[in-house]
Write a protein that binds this ligand. Structure first.
Ligand code: PM9
Length: 488
């Protein structure tokens, strides 16, 4: 019988960045100063930064070496051609247009394709994507399968599109009003949940029949390809690279933030197969980003991206990346902490509505939980609930999505297993003392993408977020929410 062996990251650490430890009193002052918004904290006040996996990866020695080969010519930089080759090789599209980051590509695609009054279906909204669709005069329509909205439901492909919802939209508004379907890989706001190849094939065929284009948000498409390899029948023997090529072949192009899968600190790209559309995009990129051979990036950034793209589809890299997320998720599940299931790709999503059932949705439990976690241990997380969802453009009312989540997002190749243990201990401690956390109200609300810059205050009028008078620790029932049958 073969002995079971542990495995470890496929790299060793060559350079370290010291972390600063803070006291609880310092963190209480810092979060108050930041208007109870973790985006407004100074990074020097953060111990373990799980705010985002965007632009936070540790680059490899090969990528750093590539930075030294930056060809900083205004036009025709050699690094652009390396990037173009890497994107064509790994994603398989014909035209590659670099942008400063993902939203640069989203801006150009939305402006080119969307007319006022159009509808853009997608498998759950993403904040910047939806904002650009709305700025272009369009309306986002969620066509993700309902199971994505249930954090407790275990399904291997919660990113799948509901064909009935898509068909009903086409019947209602007509294909002429749908410029494209936006398919997000490893759906961020659903908990990093993948879409299956089987679903993508069906969706792509349906759109082709109606003459509707399909554009991917390929930001985490390599992670999605890994889940397909691990979970989809018939795909176990295929490489991540091969699956990713098939995913992309089912679309007409993509927008991509290279700050995630592609292991760089800045960068993005827009890919198109249609020659005329690509010509229009190249013309537009000079207005908003920079010449079409640099798109707002330095030559060195494009070189690092070209190398990162190739590294992102390596099996050992991806196994370690997803393995670390799973490690953290399993530590929390063992203690009954309510998280989105199954464990997704880029982070662990705490179900704040079940974690803090005493805080009404109008008092933004996920925002409060992210702040409380920071105060407890210096771990920085991000709200992914009603604050992120914003307001209904017609009624001006707050949107309350079914999922009210806090995302513990794991930067790639940055933290160790011990950091995961510290983060887990803090979340578990907070879970046991949950009734101490109080809700929040807005004191300042920006017009666009409010979660980035909004400011809040505790509803109690106090300066602190954690009360001392609530009974703690609490005993909980098996579902973690106090509402299961076993507990009456
Ligand atoms: N995602 C994230 O932390 C950073 C900005 S929001 C806090 O998850 C998808 C699926 C994303 C994404 C960014 C973008 C935009 C598009 N699609 O940030 O502009 O997750 O490079 O990409 C963030 P950029």
């Amino acid at each position: 019988m073969q002995r079971r062996r542990s495995w470890a990251e496929p790299f060793k650490i060559k350079m370290v960045e010291p972390l600063r430890m803070t006291t609880r009193a310092q963190r209480e002052a810092a979060i108050e100063e930041a208007g109870f918004n973790t985006f407004l904290l100074r990074s020097r006040d953060v111990y373990i930064d799980l705010l985002t996996d965007s632009g936070t990866a540790a680059m490899s020695d090969r990528q750093w070496a590539g930075m030294m080969l930056g060809d900083e010519a205004y036009a025709g930089s050699e690094n652009f051609y390396h990037l173009e080759d890497a994107v064509r090789h790994v994603y398989g599209y014909k035209h590659v247009i670099p942008t400063h980051q993902g939203r640069g590509a989203e801006h150009i695609l939305s402006r080119m394709c969307i007319k006022p009054g159009d509808f853009i279906p997608g498998n759950m909204y993403f904040t910047t994507t939806k904002a650009h669709q709305e700025l272009a005069g369009g309306r986002f329509v969620d066509v993700i399968h309902d199971r994505a909205h249930d954090s407790t439901l275990e399904h291997p492909f919660k990113g799948d599109i509901d064909l009935a919802k898509l068909t009903s939209l086409i019947d209602r508004v007509g294909a002429g009003k749908i410029p494209y379907l936006c398919v997000q890989c490893n759906v961020n706001m659903a908990g990093g949940q993948p879409i299956s190849l089987a679903n993508l094939r069906e969706v792509s065929a349906l759109c082709r029949r109606h003459g509707i284009r399909v554009f991917l948000d390929a930001t985490r498409a390599a992670e999605n390809a890994y889940f397909i390899q691990q979970r989809e029948p018939g795909c176990a023997g295929r490489s991540i690279r091969d699956i990713l090529l098939e995913i992309c072949s089912l679309s007409d192009g993509c927008t991509c933030s290279a700050k995630k899968d592609a292991l760089v600190n800045i960068g993005g790209f827009l890919c198109l197969n249609d020659d005329a559309l690509a010509e229009e995009a190249r013309n537009m990129v000079v207005l908003y980003e920079g010449l079409h051979t640099y798109g707002g990036l330095a030559g060195r950034d494009m070189e690092a991206m070209a190398i990162g793209i190739e590294e992102s589809v390596e099996q050992d890299h991806m196994k370690a990346r997803i393995g670390q997320v799973t490690y953290l998720g399993e530590a929390l599940m063992r203690e009954g902490v309510p998280i989105v299931k199954p464990i997704g790709g880029h982070g662990i999503f705490l179900d704040a509505a079940r974690f803090l059932p005493h805080i009404p949705r109008e008092q933004f439990p996920a925002q409060a939980l992210a702040c409380a976690l920071y105060v407890d241990s210096g771990v920085r997380a991000m709200e992914r609930g009603a604050v992120s969802a914003g307001r209904n453009p017609d009624t001006g009312q707050n949107i309350f999505p079914k999922l009210e989540l806090v995302r513990l997002t794991l930067p790639r190749r940055v933290y160790t297993q011990a950091h995961m243990d510290v983060a887990a201990e803090s979340v578990i401690e907070l879970f046991r003392n949950a009734p101490k956390v109080v809700g929040l109200r807005f004191t300042f609300e920006p017009k666009h993408l409010r979660f980035f810059q909004a400011r809040f205050a505790p509803v109690t009028g106090a300066r602190v977020l954690l009360t001392e008078d609530a009974d703690a620790p609490v005993s909980r029932c098996c579902c973690g929410a106090g509402g299961c049958r076993e507990n009456g």
